[in-house]
Design a protein around this ligand. Structure first.
Ligand code: ASP
Length: 584
């Protein structure tokens, strides 16, 4: 070993002993008679001291070392005269008696400190240097702990981890597949799994009634904010269970992770609300319930009084911003501009102030009497001192805009504390989603999701009304996991394929293996997958999943460190029987 201790380990109790440490030079300070070096490794930083009086040759040598040199230093642990209470090792320093340079380093392109001066792209290019910084290191340690505790918990619940293949037959789950050409089967391709969905279902048919896997998934999606083309799931499946059994087991897993990793007890049961309710109350299927401010439907209070904006609207919804009745014209204008942004899409914002003295003032005073406005206010539950914000229009888009406005107000009013964690389940999603462009239904979750027993009868006659046994786990407005009870009956599975526009032949060609398996005693089963990167980023308090992935891709799906994707040689192409059609 190149060391007796780590750079994070030594305390006053080690005083007087001789130790050897190895690590990277964080910085060095030359104070004439003495040279100090902060030596860093994964575990921390320890101060090394070189003394001109006792060993001038060694001290001179130390002065020549640059940042990020790798050295091995031996010396005695001494109490520091000038202690640093901010460092765990801050009570001691090492009086170095011998030292060896293990490797030199070029000057790094950015400072390797908690706050770096390097821009995003530069730090991505030198990710191995960025990973030396504490914030990233702590995120990776957290990630490891969470993976470990996930396995721990699921193992205690009788789950076994089974690896599933990475080269598979394409299974549509809503995104495009990454494909891999087969050299030995010219003209044929594998796909990388968007998730191990069909495999975990086959494992249920095979009798492995509790499966889990921390697994890479690949989706060739257009790059929306904070997506990665490859990401990690905690993927799980269970047999002989109802929806409640699954929710209970995984509520337990989330609770276990908070307790074991962050020391946070979440005692209350996770609320379970239906998709329909979530949309009505929050305008979102992933509501942030750290704060209330629920949407109130004011249709029957404000329609029919001659104000055409409201009279013509399919839906009128309101939010109560508590204590905001004194908002200035400028603040209201800002909110109006906010809701009118193209991505939010409202046409305008109407407000009603309920001042502290009980007086009411609104932007629609001339259309409504004081009583009518009071009636609307009481329907919202507003109190004196509150400001009511009203949007109107088409129901779906107005609810969506109200969701954005609610989140904006939550942030402005400081209601979204990073230290508060409010998980919930959203259940009873619609089974199918209409695609207006293609004029066809898609599976909202995936084609293996089972309809609710009482709704299955409408699969052909009124597909849009069919609800699914599908659920999402949401924490602080972020969807962290989703799953469903599966179809385990061939006939129903075939009806589902038909509902999403597959011919019998197509279904057989793509999913023949699954339909075949269902003929050999498929047990009732269901499962869930959690987005592991997302879950870690929530635990880490990071906004981007990139910060919890060791080697992420950038916004254009590129690995800027290795410069990939990249072209392959003509020989490789030839071997794969591939010709590139598009050449610059
Ligand atoms: N395979 C699904 C997904 O990746 C999760 C599940 O239904 O278990 O979203």
């Amino acid at each position: 070993m190149y060391r007796t201790h780590t750079c994070g380990e030594l305390r006053l109790s080690h005083q007087g002993i001789t130790v050897t440490l190895s690590g990277w030079i964080q910085r060095s300070r030359d104070l004439g008679g003495m040279t100090f070096i902060d030596l860093r490794d994964r575990y921390g930083i320890t101060q090394l001291v070189f003394n001109m009086d006792t060993d001038s040759a060694l001290c001179n040598e130390a002065r020549r070392l640059g940042r990020e040199f790798v050295i091995e230093a031996t010396g005695t642990v001494n109490e520091r005269s000038n202690k640093n209470p901010k460092m765990p090792t801050g009570d001691v320093e090492i009086q170095v008696t011998s030292m060896r340079v293990l490797n030199e380093s070029q000057t790094p392109p950015f400072t390797i400190e908690d706050e770096s001066d390097g821009g995003d792209e530069l730090r991505m290019k030198y990710r191995y240097l960025d990973l030396r910084r504490n914030p990233l290191k702590n995120n990776l340690l957290l990630r490891h702990r969470m993976a470990f505790e996930t396995r721990n918990y699921l193992d205690s619940q009788n789950f076994i981890e089974v690896e599933t293949p990475v080269l598979i037959k394409s299974t549509p789950e809503g995104a495009r597949d990454f494909v891999v050409p087969s050299r030995v089967n010219p003209g044929q391709f594998y796909a990388l799994p968007q998730s191990p969905q069909t495999f975990k279902q086959l494992l249920m048919v095979a009798g492995y009634d509790r499966y889990m896997q921390i697994v890479k998934c690949f989706r060739d999606e257009d790059l929306r904010a904070d997506r990665q083309p490859e990401f990690t799931q905690i993927d799980c499946e269970m047999a002989f269970v109802h929806q409640d059994d699954i929710l209970n087991v995984f509520e337990g897993m989330i609770r276990h992770l908070f307790k074991a990793v962050k020391g946070i007890e979440i005692n209350e049961p996770f609320p379970r609300i239906t998709y329909a309710e979530a949309m009505e109350r929050y305008g979102s299927d992933k509501p942030d319930i750290r704060f209330g401010m629920e949407i109130k439907n004011l249709g029957d209070k404000l329609k029919g009084k001659g104000f055409s904006v409201f009279d013509d609207a399919e839906y009128i919804g309101a939010l109560v911003a508590q204590g905001c009745s004194e908002y200035t014209r400028k603040q209201i204008d800002e909110l109006t501009d906010f809701v009118k942004k193209p991505q939010i899409g409202a046409k305008g914002l109407i407000y009603i102030r309920l001042a502290n003295d009980g007086s009411v003032k609104s932007s629609v005073d001339k259309f409504y009497s004081a009583e009518e406005l009071s009636g609307a206010l009481s329907a919202t539950g507003a109190s004196q001192g509150d400001l009511v914000l009203v949007l109107a229009g088409n129901k779906t888009s107005t609810l969506k805009a109200l969701n954005s406005l609610r989140l904006e107000m939550g942030n402005r009013l400081g209601l979204c504390s990073k230290d508060a964690y409010k998980p919930l389940w959203v259940v009873d999603f619609p089974l199918l989603e209409w695609n207006e462009e293609e004029k066809r239904f898609y599976a909202m979750h995936h084609p293996f999701t089972s309809p609710k027993a009482e709704d299955a009868q409408y699969l052909e006659s009124d597909p849009a009304r069919v609800r699914a046994n599908a659920y999402d786990c949401v924490i602080n407005g972020v969807e962290v996991g989703g799953g469903s009870i599966r179809i385990h009956d061939v006939t129903l599975q075939k009806r589902m394929f038909t509902a999403i526009g597959f011919t019998a032949e197509e279904a057989q060609r793509q999913f023949g293996f699954l339909l075949g398996a269902f003929r050999y005693g498929a047990p009732p089963h269901g499962g869930i997958a959690f987005g592991f990167d997302r879950l870690v980023s929530i635990f880490a308090g990071e906004d981007s999943i990139r910060d919890v992935i060791a080697f992420p891709k950038n916004n254009s799906a590129r690995d800027v460190m290795a410069d990939c994707p990249s072209e392959i040689s003509d020989l490789q192409l030839k071997e794969l029987s591939i010709r590139v059609a598009l050449k610059e």
